[in-house]
Design a protein around this ligand. Structure first.
Ligand code: FAD
Length: 492
């Protein structure tokens, strides 16, 4: 086993700089870290919506939240508002918070379902503080009430901030395009990368953050790719920036159209938007026209086409190379999971870091965790399509009737028959996520957990009403999102 003394990161997008920041923070002084990025190859730069795990990552790095938010033009996010997903004209919010209370005998959806059977008409989302606050445009970071939140960020500015942070920890940046990758003749491991200028950078551990190109893990090591387009058929996006108007909403918007959906992500000074679609069912002209018709404010730049293949690299860690970010695969941005998958890969790497040398058991564990994480997120995203009741276009017909992975089919049927959701291991999306999406898209279970019948009708209805009033009262105590942003972010 050869101890790891030099880590080489190829790629300076969000993934590359987050890896540099994480490894730099934890191992600086113990390993040398070099990051190679090419000014000639631009980053994807559209990862703008995040999920709450980012807060823990910032804490790990000791980064002050107001500082990074100001640097990245960031706003707060309490969830995602989905329009036209269950059926055209319907909408719901998948918020980050707890819906109702957790009971040992059965989750809150069972109490809600029985309430519905008794004639109660309060929407499921009204029992979640984050859900109600999102729709009311209110937000604060407070001890009472505590909101679970994430951010909308300008990905380019965020990567710049992380670059400064990582360089401050001794990470050395090389500008240049990698043109060739040298492999050890016997082990087949990566020995060095050669830049167009002729410079050779050798290392012991290589992190492939080169985006969709995956120049190390695929280009050099031919790791292979597991294609998930059968379940996630969208393969293209038109991304654009538009001017901002009106109050800043504390949620991402995902509005479905005939063959895809539009995202809208509010930043402090602009809105990031784009249309994700399947080229099997629609062409660029349709996407361009649909996007322009949807957007209510002028575009700041021209829409940019991005193409991708949903799926994952067969091995995230192969020999002495770990693919992180888009180089490791892509699930479409419907639940804003890509940057989360980068930060969780960084944390996994830090925990399994092979300082004394690469041991097969560490590699296998890293790959097992990565695969499980990706598969469970894949199922959750596919759920949004499969749980539609839309049949107005061939695209919605396909996703509604497609065969889904067994894991998803089982969960879907379990919910429909019994209202129950059982999780496996450390899944990212928990009961609150699954129930908000399923019920939000109009899938009511046939039954509820009988333990709920331990309460009398009047006890149950009183409890539900009281809970909703409590949530509404807590929401009304919050300032508007814009008021709080102005107070919280440090001036630039
Ligand atoms: P990139 O940004 O592509 O960076 C690649 C880097 O590699 C660049 O620095 C480039 O210069 C370098 N490089 C490439 N080849 C070479 C070479 N030969 N030599 C040297 N350097 C090289 N994520 C979210 O979390 N939330 C979202 O809302 C979200 N929305 C998205 C919407 C769309 C349409 C898409 C496509 C992605 C979205 N993502 C989102 C994903 C997010 O954009 C990425 O996960 C994130 O930007 C990380 O990208 P990356 O750093 O892996 O790759």
């Amino acid at each position: 086993m050869q101890p790891i003394k030099h880590v080489v990161i190829v790629g300076g997008g969000t993934a590359g700089w987050l890896v540099a920041a994480g490894v730099g923070k934890m191992y600086h002084g113990r390993v040398n870290i070099t990051l190679v990025e090419s000014d000639a190859i631009r980053t994807v730069g559209v990862g703008e919506a995040t999920i709450p795990t980012m807060i823990a990552f910032h804490k790990l790095l000791d980064i002050p939240e107001p500082e990074v938010m100001s640097a990245a033009d960031a706003t707060f996010k309490l969830g995602i508002k989905f329009r036209n997903w269950g059926h055209i004209g319907e909408e719901y919010v998948h918020a980050f918070g707890q819906v109702g209370r957790i009971f040992w005998g059965g989750e809150f959806q069972h109490f809600w379902k029985r309430g519905r059977n008794l004639g109660m008409d309060i929407p499921f989302g009204d029992f979640c503080l984050e859900n109600v606050a999102a729709r009311a445009g209110r937000f604060a970071v407070t001890d009472n009430p505590v909101l679970n939140y994430a951010f909308h960020i300008d990905a380019g500015l965020y990567a710049q901030y992380m670059r400064k942070f990582a360089e401050g920890l001794g990470v050395v940046r090389h500008e240049g395009t990698v043109e060739h990758v040298d492999l050890h003749p016997e082990s087949g491991e990566i020995a060095s990368v050669r830049l167009a200028r002729g410079e050779v950078i050798s290392g012991d551990l290589f992190i492939d953050c080169s985006g969709f190109r995956a120049i190390l893990s695929e280009g050099a090591l031919k790791t292979g790719y597991e294609n998930w387009q059968e379940w996630l058929p969208c393969d293209s996006a038109l991304a654009v920036q538009v001017e901002k108007a009106g109050p800043t909403v504390p949620y991402t918007q995902a509005t479905a159209y005939g063959s895809g959906w539009i995202w809208e992500i509010p930043l402090q000074n602009r809105v990031g938007a784009g249309l994700v679609f399947s080229s099997k069912f629609a062409d660029r002209d349709w996407a361009d026209m649909t996007l322009r018709q949807h957007l209510k404010t002028p575009m700041i730049d021209e829409p940019r086409l991005l193409q991708f293949k949903t799926g994952r690299r067969k091995l995230a860690w192969n020999k002495n190379c770990i693919a992180i970010g888009l180089a490791s695969g892509f699930l479409e941005p419907l639940e804003s999971t890509s940057i989360h998958m980068i930060t969780s890969a960084v944390i996994r790497l830090l925990r399994l870091f092979p300082l004394n040398g690469i041991q097969p058991i560490l590699v296998d564990e890293y790959n097992r965790q990565t695969r499980e994480e990706a598969e469970s997120i894949r199922d959750f995203i596919a759920l949004h399509y499969h749980a539609t009741r839309r049949n107005d276009t061939p695209f919605w017909d396909y996703v509604r009737t497609m065969s889904v992975p067994d894991t998803l089919r089982h969960r879907f049927e379990m919910f429909r028959e019994s209202g129950m959701v059982f999780l496996v291991g450390e899944e990212l999306f928990r009961h609150n996520g699954w129930t908000q999406v399923l019920l939000g898209q109009g899938f009511e279970p046939k039954l509820y957990q009988p333990v709920v019948d331990n309460m009398s009708d009047s006890e149950l209805l009183e409890y539900l009403k009281g809970f909703q009033e409590h949530v509404a009262k807590n929401t009304s105590m919050l300032p508007t999102h814009d008021e709080f942003l102005a107070r919280y972010c440090v001036s630039k």
